[in-house]
Design a protein around this ligand. Structure first.
Ligand code: SAH
Ligand code: SF4
Ligand code: F3S
Length: 470
């Protein structure tokens, strides 16, 4: 059933939390410097910017290094086992640090915490963690910290899925003066058989379009050149709220705000509408780059994954898109070693990759996640087979990238300059409209500007060029 309006947290609750942030700032014995360690996707990166905003309001400043911080918080990911292991490994590393600096405070939050039993596990196995919370109560961070400092006891709070809401008006400390993330929706309803995200992020909740547009206008005034709209499946934006704009309509409205570049991710192929393709084709500021995760090339596996499209349907969408946006740059996510994947299935993934011609692809070995359907499926693939397959797939994509990048040589791209090259001070680097890094001779003054660059050669994952006539 559709809601009649976005489920924002009451303004009084946010005001209350902000009062608690100031209360924390006034505490005599509290940490003064912080370090936020972020794992996982852009959604988590955006959440960390909110954490930093709250930390500033709580009177804390960024520490010069992780070792020197009075407070370290890990914003975790659990989408694959290695993501989770990396996060936990680093948390344990702090245990040693805490022996020499007992006043050090440690917190863990994010997706990993939302898994069943994780709260208890933290209490039992990680006694040096002071505060732990999940994705649904991020906005209560100051309250939990206040409680921990005042009572000198450990605080663990994880809310259930049904408590997912939308926190508006929380402070934010953005990490870049030129790029900004805008979360347009939270959660996921798709329940792809392998994926834990719907379990740890809750159901789809779209922010009100009026809020999103207001945020975009403000960012434009602040000088932001590029926004990235975030959601696990942005194409279903608005569908949960009666009378809300569709994603294509939202995008068209955002295009009118006049920010120079608009990107978005992630698009689920099943809802890639003609309307959206049209907006991409006619928009002035929408980058011709689309991350369109296909996951697999075999219909049998796609059905088992519950992706709700066939290979043919995916290819039809790609054709429709390329027809209207011929220069579109496509990227994707691919999984190898999904339960029951035969050599033939795997070859179909390789074949699809060649057929589509992605500019680049993220390739993953399937990682069973407790509680998901695929974890209990027969035919789990051994590690040796999966690693052989991923190596082959990476090699196939590398060749395609080489061909695609060769096609860019001689073209003039617009590049938003990010930084002076770490290796060579006479070079600068930035992203072109296709989100590919371009290196070219230039100086610091160009940072933050969008310039025209003629592409002269291609590396494995980056392009090289020289400033063109502006
Ligand atoms: N919402 C996005 C992606 C979220 S997770 C989408 O639907 O495309 C990012 C990527 O991680 C997925 O696209 C998938 O390729 C990969 N992934 C998710 N669960 C995984 C698992 N259990 N094992 C391996 N890769 C996984
Ligand atoms: Fe996971 Fe599928 Fe949702 Fe993406 S769409 S977050 S892969 S369940
Ligand atoms: Fe990881 Fe959570 Fe993102 S599980 S991929 S950080 S939504």
């Amino acid at each position: 059933m559709k809601r009649t309006e976005a489920i924002e947290l009451p303004a009084e609750e946010i005001a209350h939390q902000r009062a608690l942030m100031r209360e924390f700032a006034a505490l005599e014995s509290r940490p003064h410097t912080y370090c936020v360690v972020t794992y996982g996707c852009q959604m988590n990166a955006r959440d960390s910017e909110t954490l930093e905003g709250m930390l500033s309001e709580m009177g804390m400043t960024p520490a010069a290094s992780r070792e020197e911080a009075d407070f370290v918080i890990f914003n975790t990911c659990c989408v694959r086992d290695n993501a989770q292991r990396r996060a936990l490994g680093n948390v344990v590393w702090l245990k040693e640090l805490k022996k020499t600096r007992p006043e050090l405070m440690v917190a863990v939050c994010g997706c990993m915490m939302q898994q069943p039993g994780m709260g208890e596990q933290i209490l039992r196995q990680y006694p040096f963690v002071d505060v732990a919370f999940g994705t649904h109560n991020l906005y209560r961070f100051a309250q939990l910290m206040l409680q921990a400092v005042r009572t000198r006891r450990r605080v663990v709070e994880v809310l259930g899925d049904d408590e997912g809401s939308i926190p508006e008006e929380l402070p934010v400390r953005r990490s870049s003066p030129t790029h900004a993330y805008i979360t347009i929706m939270y959660g996921c309803n798709n329940f792809c058989s392998y994926c834990i995200v719907p379990y740890v992020r809750g159901r789809e909740r779209s922010r009100a379009s009026a809020r999103i547009l207001e945020e975009a206008r403000q960012l434009k005034d602040e000088g932001i050149k590029e926004i990235m709209l975030l959601g696990q499946n942005v194409n279903s934006y608005g569908l949960d709220v009666e009378g809300e704009l569709s994603f294509a309509q939202l995008l068209a409205a955002l295009d009118g705000v006049g920010i120079e570049r608009i990107r978005f991710m992630t698009s689920h192929p099943k809802d890639l509408s003609d309307e959206l393709i049209e907006v991409m084709a006619t928009g002035k500021h929408i980058c011709h780059a689309l991350h369109l995760p296909v996951q697999h090339g075999s219909d049998r596996i796609l059905a088992s994954m519950n992706r709700r499209y066939t290979r043919e349907r995916y290819m039809e969408r790609v054709r429709a898109l390329r027809e209207r946006v011929p220069d579109v740059s496509l990227t994707t996510d691919l999984i190898v070693g999904y339960p029951g994947e035969t050599e033939e299935d795997f070859e179909q993934t390789c074949d699809l990759v060649r057929q589509v011609g992605y500019d680049s692809a993220f390739t993953f070995i399937y990682s069973p996640r407790v509680g998901t359907r695929a974890a209990d499926m027969p035919g789990q693939i051994d590690e040796a087979t999966s690693s052989r397959r991923i190596q082959k797939l990476i090699a196939v994509q590398k060749e395609i990238t080489r061909e695609r990048f060769a096609g860019y040589i001689g073209q003039v791209h617009s590049v938003l300059v990010d930084e002076v090259s770490k290796r060579d001070e006479t070079q600068v680097a930035g992203k072109n409209e296709y989100n590919i890094t371009v290196n070219f001779p230039g100086s610091r003054e160009l940072i933050g500007q969008i310039v025209r660059v003629k592409i002269t050669s291609a590396g494995e994952s980056t392009l090289r060029g020289e400033l063109a006539q502006q």
